[in-house]
Design a protein. Sequence first.
Length: 451
Amino acid sequence: MKNIYLILIFAIIVSCKTEPKQAVSEVPATIAPISDEVLENAVIYEANIRQYSVEGTFNEFTKDIPKLKELGVKIIWVMPIYPISTTKSKGTLGSYYAISDYTKVNPEFGNLEDVKNLVKTAHENGMYVILDWVANHTGWDHVWLKEHPEYYTKNEAGEITHTVGTDWTDVADLNYDNLEMRAEMLEDMKYWLKEADVDGFRCDVAGMVPTDFWENTVAELKKVKPVFMLAEAWEPELMKNAFDMSYSWDTHHRMNHIAKGEETVKNWDNRMAQIDTLYAKDDILMNFVTNHDENSWNGTVKERMGDASELMLALSYCASGMPLIYSGQEYDMNKRLLFFEKDTINKTKGNVWPILEKLGTLKNTNKALNGGKNAASYTRINSSDDQNVLIFTREKEGQKLTFIGNLSNKEVNFVFKKEGESTNYFTNEKVLFSGETEQTFKPWEYKIFID
């Protein structure tokens, strides 16, 4: 009877759309709620707390939050902050994504007050904080395994199993046919909105969790406060009624392949056409040259992109969507961070920091780079060498930007049409275009013109 009662309660909760809004967290508000306007010109930063500093703590990262303003960061995504299971764990410290309690804090990083201070500091600096949420599975130490084994997927022998088709042996797969588990998951997510005043969630392997769970859950979260939801997924249906943004994985793959000489501008054009076909106009895609998975498992930016690294970084900002900075990227990090062990980012400014500053300022201030639910237009401009040269304009409300890049490892001569005076964004040089213009670009050279 208890199970039936809980199921009925959950059904009532998720179906009641007229329920009055619950009070926002008791934490004093220091920033306006996140909104669609914020998303138009936002840069998102992925914080790897363990590896960000020698100490590997929330407090050490919090000290540097004001520096992120220099890069135009508006949203901080914090990788999982929860205690890590030790049963069946990988490596010495285990994976952030093998969680033993959704409402506790990993003592390796600090305590709840430290998390609150991180969020408060971000808000005071005009930034929002989203937490990494792992809804597909838990670690093998999670209390649910003892108290609610029915929450988990079981094999034919009746044994709880890790996620089928993966090598994630350090986690136990959750069974979304169980409505009680869904209800508890929702309450655990609400906890962080109310207790720490966080602004949303980045949801791990979101496509492996039923879409209706996300739709019902996000509707309930929004009754607590406005939230920003990022899906580690590509499926368009997730953004219809649940998520604001998903990963632009295929765009990233095109970048990697073009940088290696395996693909050309034609493949980029095909990807842009694919986006128009697959996604609604108000869907937001996250652009990136690296993230925690890419860095640890597939290689550094330099390993994957070589001399094309800077061009691809600029492209991740100039293409429609929201650009991501991963911890260490801003410091020219050229090593694969260990995933299950302690490692440390060398925070010495090099070539990338000033480029990110310039790109961040452009993203924040020029509507031609709006990439949210009311994004600037994207218009492809042809040249005499469309195999190697990518030219496009972005435009919105009278502001216009032109990106020109040589997406090859050889010098190219090309001709294209452009009229009027423009400013080279990086050099501040005024250039007068009058119709057919002949250009010579070095390998991987790019320019951004502001009209």
